[in-house]
Design a protein around this ligand. Sequence first.
Ligand code: NAP
Length: 293
Amino acid sequence: MASSRSTKLAVVGCGLMGSALARAFAAAGHEVAVWNRTAGKARAVGGGTVAFEDLRQAVAGRELVVVSLSNYAAWAELCASGDVASALSGKTLVQLTSGSPADARGGLEWARANGVDYLDAAILAYPAFVATDYATVFYAGSRAVFDRHHDTLQALARNSVFVDEKIGSAATLDCAILEAYYGGSLAVLHAAAMCKAEGLDPKAFFAQKNAFLGLISVTADAAGDMISRDTFSGDQCSLDTHVAAIEHIVRLSADARISTRFPRELLENYRRAVGAGLGGQELPAVFRTLERE
Ligand code: NAP
């Protein structure tokens, strides 16, 4: 994807994701310096990027520094050196390391103390999808800083979403989507294990992908609406009836001698809502008990 202006930038961290980010910037016509703790990985990025062994030299003369490390502690370790902090002063740092909202707030505090413009970001894509229609990057922080670098950052994903000026908002949205992803993925895997244990080829289950994704989609829409109206009554299916269905899942799992951990956890959550007097309401009423905890 060609950008109108070539930006001099640095990518700090050349793991699987950082390498893909650096190559995407270079492919879009930017001048990309790369640095990695294990220097060989920086040299292996290629794609027209230039590897540096010294972090301060890598960021020197660059207006934008994009960081992709395992976690925020790794970044804290790197920038603990006063030399690195002063080399970043006056630049914009885009923190693309995944973390929690508290991590993002800590990052902003550090950036303010060191004269660095800071955006906290989260990428929702595997490295192979960076720079494609299937990649989304969430940004939080100063809208003006985001607008200033938007054209350059567009090289990473067609879908660049500015979430909010609240610095933790990109991490919050990322965690929310990842929870749906990991929770949903575990449910899918447990469902396949149930099929296999009962002698049904899991392919039969995966062939019904549209059926279960459709149910989740309809429920997400209903939940969004009910949560915003703070009312959970309806005429489709009571929580009491849902609990009975989950009991069948636990029973199947126990009879088939596969793990019951996941369906028992589900049952416990739904039963808690029934115990709180919500049994006559629709499924999203479970939200009430989660919110209170
Ligand atoms: P990775 O391949 O394991 O790379 C981790 C990077 O962090 C390496 O460059 C590593 O350097 C560096 N690092 C770790 N500890 C360090 C330290 N103490 N000091 C300096 N550098 C340190 O991981 P990744 O998949 O690229 O993930 C990077 C970030 O992207 C993570 O926050 C991850 O959650 C996020 N992300 C990844 C994906 C994905 O599909 N891979 C998707 C979305 C978001 P060395 O090479 O020297 O070990």
